[in-house]
Design a protein around this ligand. Sequence first.
Ligand code: GCW
Length: 676
Amino acid sequence: KQGRAYDCWLAYRPLENAVADQYRTICKKVAVAGQSAIMESAVDELKRGLKGILGVEPEVLYAKSDTRALFIGSESGVELTADDMHALGDEGFILKTCKDAILIAGKTDRGVLYGTFAFLRCLQVGIKPEDLSRMENPAAGIRMINHWDNLDGSIERGYAGNSIFFRDNQFIADKSRVRDYARLLSSVGINGISINNVNVHARETRLITRELLPEVAELAGIFRNYGISVYLSVNYSSPIELGGLSTADPLDKAVQDWWCKKAAEIYEYIPDLGGFLVKADSEFRPGPFTYGRTHDQGANMLAKALEPFGGIVIWRCFVYNCRQDWRDTKTDRANAAYDHFMPLDGKFMDNVVLQIKNGPMDFQVREPVSPLFGGLTKTNQILELQITQEYTGQQKHVCFLIPQWKEVLDFETWSNGPGSTVKKLVCGKVYPQKHCGFAAVSNIGDNANWTGHVLAQANLYGYGRLTWNPDLSSEAIAEEWIRLTFSNDPEIIGTISDILLKSWLTYEKYTSPLGIGWMINPNHHYGPNVDGYEYSPWGTYHRADWRAIGVDRTVARGTGFAGRYHKPNADMYEDMDKCPEELLLFFHRVAYRHRLKSGKTLIQHIYDTHFEGVEEVEQFREKWLSLEGKIDRERFESVLERLDIQLKDAREWRDVVNSYFYRKSGIPDEKGRTIY
Ligand code: GCW
């Protein structure tokens, strides 16, 4: 037994109330229509859930049928109509109830599986049978998780232990944890997973060889039973490294043939592989630029090889010059992805999908939305988010990221008039796309509680829920997660959601101000270091001097980034008075004595927010202490330990950042607090 935190939101705690009694009388019998491995996963989960929540072990009967459904209770009570079938998408589900029966149905077995998880969620939070009826279809087809796991078991930017797939350059033989992970992912609607790091090093390059494919196939088999397709990150130079060719030039016939043969070989082992994920020409990874070719040529060459097997190429847009001269104020990393990919719009094959990070830089606590969203109109695209908290506290700090993601999803790009929000774009509702949706970098590892910080489980949960329905609110997701993970007690819900919902803004307050980002220690990216990247080649500068701070990204005077957006966004960012204040230093160079809308000077804002941030962490700790004895000791203690670390490190952040700006500017804090 792995401890209380292991089950995450699938703990299936006993429910003791009148609603539970109602369900107990219905849930004695389950009739299964349609047999398959995925249906078996659904039945299995249903049994697990009913046993845990109601203490019921139902009798299960199988019927030969083309229908895909679970009938709980009487088989005759509820029926599927032609209208139901018409409204259902391929992965959608219907829940229907009458007095003594519940129907969980889908067009496919995947739909039934998602419906089963949804039913168990409703049951756990205590929704009455008569209020159960619903029909849901997922918002987009690609709902994916990316792992940055290496074969040696390490995880790039992992903060919760080592890989659950690999150890010591081998696949881990015991797959029970992988199966539980598949359950967690599929319970929130995830349907794709890339299992290895996008930085594909020598050993991982071999994942697409006959030596390792049988092992990949075994993993794929486990995920397949939960409706999840496996993808592989591939090395663009594979033809050289594995095939002994002298080039990986996408226009070279031998290279093209090599990939076609390779694809055929891979699909022998994994006939339903999702496809390839590719990081090319980025941070020292090889790519088409080496051969003077463009990214459409590179991606399309791979896409042709995968096409006969129904595979897709997910091509990352995280392409920029990471060897820039910090003295060069004309080159702007923020422009890079847009400038590389906009000219290629419409040139990609329809089984290529561009994967675009939410912001133009790199998963900072605050960034504007990448202008590629709404810029590209003729290209399949998915949004890339980072669940692992590389720049948001590394799972030592509580930082509920759903509110951040909601801002991204709800951002109005004006690409095709009003209503061209990011969520509509990546769900293919603004421009038609064959493939679209979401990807995010996982935050799990082999820690007993999966995510290091117990409260970080909420980020994985919330990501999945948003990919299914991006209209869900942060508040609803937080509440649902707490109910499933901890309790239906209003006091517990209130206390934990309060912490979660504030935590992102709190983290922002004591770290980097007003959208400027970075100010962290190089390489590992934890802890304050205002000049950590200031004189580095990575293109991430704040340009602070004694008078002002910020990067001028205007068209009129700066790097021109503001002009990459559609109007009226471009005008809004261009004008210092109209620019949303939380992004002020991202777009403008601002004097410390400049007055913000609050009436405070910029420097006073920096001091105040840094003091406030720490005070808020103190309050989180107080709030958490009020839960003592109300939740299990194990999770109580483990979160408390992390909050202690957060408090100590938030103080460090506050003092380092405040002292830095006091020393640069010579302007004292109006409130006379201690600054060093
Ligand atoms: O955020 C940066 C990380 C790198 C990562 C890169 C990427 C996998 O610091 O560790 O590499 O982004 O997204 O490719």
